[in-house]
Design a protein around this ligand. Sequence first.
Ligand SMILES: Cc1cc2nc3c(=O)[nH]c(=O)nc-3n(C[C@H](O)[C@H](O)[C@H](O)COP(=O)(O)OP(=O)(O)OC[C@H]3O[C@@H](n4cnc5c(N)ncnc54)[C@H](O)[C@@H]3O)c2cc1C
Length: 523
Amino acid sequence: MNREDQLRQLRDRTNPWDIVVIGGGATGVGIAMDAASRGLDVLLLEQSDFGKGTSSRSTKLVHGGVRYLRQGNITLVRDALRERSLLKTNAPHLVHDLAFLIPCRNLWQRFFYGVGLKIYDLLAAGNNFATTRRISKLESIQQIPTLKPEIVSGGVVYHDGQFDDTRLLINMVQTAHEQGGCVLNYVCVDAISKDASGAINGVRATDQESDETFDISARAVVNAAGPFCDAVRQMDDPKCEPMLSASQGVHIVLPRKLFPGNTAIMVPKTPDGRVLFVIPWHDHAIVGTTDTPIDEVSLEPSAQTEEIQFLLSTAAKYLVTPPQKEDILSVFVGIRPLVKGDKSARTASLSRDHVIRVSESGLVTITGGKWTTVRKMAEDCVDRVVKEASLHAKLCCTRSQRIHGYVESDFDGAPRSFYGTDLALIQQLESETPDFAKPLHSDLTITAAEVIWVVRHEMARTVEDVLARRTRALFLNARAALAIAPNVVELMAAELGRDETWCEQQREAFRKVAQFYLPQSIG
Ligand SMILES: Cc1cc2nc3c(=O)[nH]c(=O)nc-3n(C[C@H](O)[C@H](O)[C@H](O)COP(=O)(O)OP(=O)(O)OC[C@H]3O[C@@H](n4cnc5c(N)ncnc54)[C@H](O)[C@@H]3O)c2cc1C
């Protein structure tokens, strides 16, 4: 997968594309993968890097959503549990089973959550991960050695899926490409074009690297711009009413020593009614999330001091050593594209289900939903587009579509197994040049070979692409990522043939973006 080849394909195209997809997050990439595998000519355009938006900033759960069970949304939970199972089958190198403990203060809580989660198991109907069980105080502490003993009388353990969101996203981009799709990052859609009757017939887009503009014709245009979908809808109809209500969710990342063991904590109800997770991930611990309504959406949202304080103080109620601000290794913030409810609704109770709307001129907008359900969202969307634009396409086949990197064996937790079949090729680079095998930083696992690999094969164009989304260095330890950025710049410049001006611009750009992830720069 090479960006120059993809650009050439775009330039050489004389026929209209069947579908142009705007947005390279989970939703857009899912649609590109589905459309390409049905034999449609699909072009995906992402204004920044794949996953720069919400899709890199999730809680990393492939789940039915215990909180939706509490809201009584049985259909949503059942559908998501089915998708959880399909995703684990199709991307076993990336999705794995994780145990979650709900710490209970008394017998009533153990009974209540035990029954609720048995229903969760039943809804999975044959697609279960391990089954739910009630456990004693002693076993709760054995599972989570840093759990405060005085706050539990026992617990309920249930199972859900965990993944690396951008590793899955990049592997899905590769799968779409392997099926014949054309996929481009750093190409922004600036306008939507229409024919004399007012029907949409393409888009105008600009390559953010060269400023080259493209007038692209298409039989159908899909707006999968996530939190930005109202801006794209306004390109079609400047007077349209916004359909989204945005809220942001903050996560903090802590050192593993504060949270050893392989079981996550799920707090079903914080004092202000939210759900909170403490999750082991890539040998670190993630605590999240908040749910704060926001007025404006941005590609790099900032955490508020109160949100960090809330996460620290809630985690402190459960952990023997209360985490301090100085312990935080990274902070990341994602924006939920929630389909609007009535004005009085709190964002936490708005719909997480997806919505597809078709405008009068034919723009298909898809939004809402969640990472876990993108395959189904894409299936529904492509079915709708095929109907609206009278396209000839095969039936959806993504239920059994193996994702790039697929391995026969289940995830075994071995270091870097999330690269799947590509790991052997990265290791080959490392054995050819032993210097490439050394971690670039003592607190991170990333090697020079990984940098080279993702530049050559995964369309990483900037230092941020490498450190935030191809590897997760910036999300795991922002200070360490900042420290190795100059090294990564050198490696990338050699691969991409860039000069010193590019290197300086990259170092500066990464310094700026890292501020959003550094806890000491937030209040
Ligand atoms: C805090 C948080 C935690 C979450 N945790 C989970 C979880 O654990 N499990 C789960 O299943 N779901 C989770 N979700 C939900 C899930 O992450 C989202 O539903 C999903 O990532 C949305 O993907 P998307 O593609 O619609 O949006 P995005 O990922 O935001 O993608 C939209 C893309 O469109 C691009 N774009 C915008 N305008 C243009 C333009 N003009 N031209 C070209 N490109 C454009 C943007 O740059 C962006 O990359 C979470 C969400 C949040 C906020």
